[in-house]
Write a protein that binds this ligand. Structure first.
Ligand SMILES: *[C@@H]1O[C@H](CO)[C@@H](O)[C@H](O)[C@H]1NC(C)=O
Length: 222
């Protein structure tokens, strides 16, 4: 039987388990305290289901509660996340559901695909540096007409190549793209299904806002 047939059943079971746990007063003291804090911060939460309460977090910046995994108060290509191991607070970061490498722009408070200009000067592009931090670097695939600005360019093995276009290094049905977690393009296909969990949490993804704020430990081998 396919997974899709089981999915609704799993959802019902999950809802039932949560409901039963609440009815039996089995929710831990800490999650009850978190629910109380959330209800104080956002009085409208009192009327919401346990699931909504569980998946919602408070945003200090806008002073509003938002469901995690939605755009909420966030900029382009960003979604609202739960702060790791924090049942109350949430924050925006690049949408990790997008399988392409996304880089945070502090200036625009939004995320761009790696090697796009973003907020950088016209002679530069926005990439993740070797510490994972968003940075403007000199765009080496300039100027037109050699590197037409109609296309997206990136550095591949030290040379300028067009993204999303098959090149001889790749298999016939593949092309260059920059997957999440990579600094440079690889051969492959950009399509992927990468659904977030019920309560997506902030994570140290290359080029993320978390990295920009210096809240990530430098990753080895990137
Ligand atoms: C939001 O503000 C509260 C109270 O000042 C603080 O304890 C909490 O760490 C803040 N959370 C975030 C994610 O900024």
């Amino acid at each position: 039987m396919s997974l899709s047939k089981w999915f609704p059943i799993c959802l019902v079971l999950l809802a039932f388990t949560l409901g039963a746990a609440q009815a039996a007063g089995m929710l831990s003291a800490s999650s009850r305290a978190a629910a109380k804090t959330k209800t104080e911060l956002c009085p409208e939460m009192a009327a919401k289901s346990t699931y909504e309460m569980w998946s919602t977090r408070y945003d200090n910046k806008t002073k509003v509660c938002y469901k995690t995994g939605t755009k909420g108060p966030c900029g382009n290509n960003m979604i609202f996340y739960a702060v790791s191991d924090d049942p109350v607070y949430g924050e925006c970061d690049c949408n990790y559901e997008i399988c392409r490498s996304m880089i945070y722009s502090r200036e625009y408070d939004e995320c761009f695909e790696a090697f796009q200009q973003g907020h950088c000067p016209a002679s530069e592009w926005l990439v993740a540096d070797k510490n994972g931090q968003p940075v403007c670097e000199r765009n080496l695939c300039l100027p037109p007409p050699k590197y037409s600005s109609k296309y997206q360019w990136a550095l591949y093995k030290g040379r300028c190549e067009r993204l999303y276009k098959p090149i001889h290094d790749c298999k016939p049905d593949e092309y260059l793209w920059v997957p999440k977690g990579h600094r440079y393009p690889v051969c492959g296909k950009a399509e992927c299904t990468n659904p977030h969990t019920f309560v997506p949490e902030l994570q140290c993804e290359l080029g993320s806002r978390l990295y920009d704020q210096g809240r990530c430990i430098r990753r080895k081998g990137i």
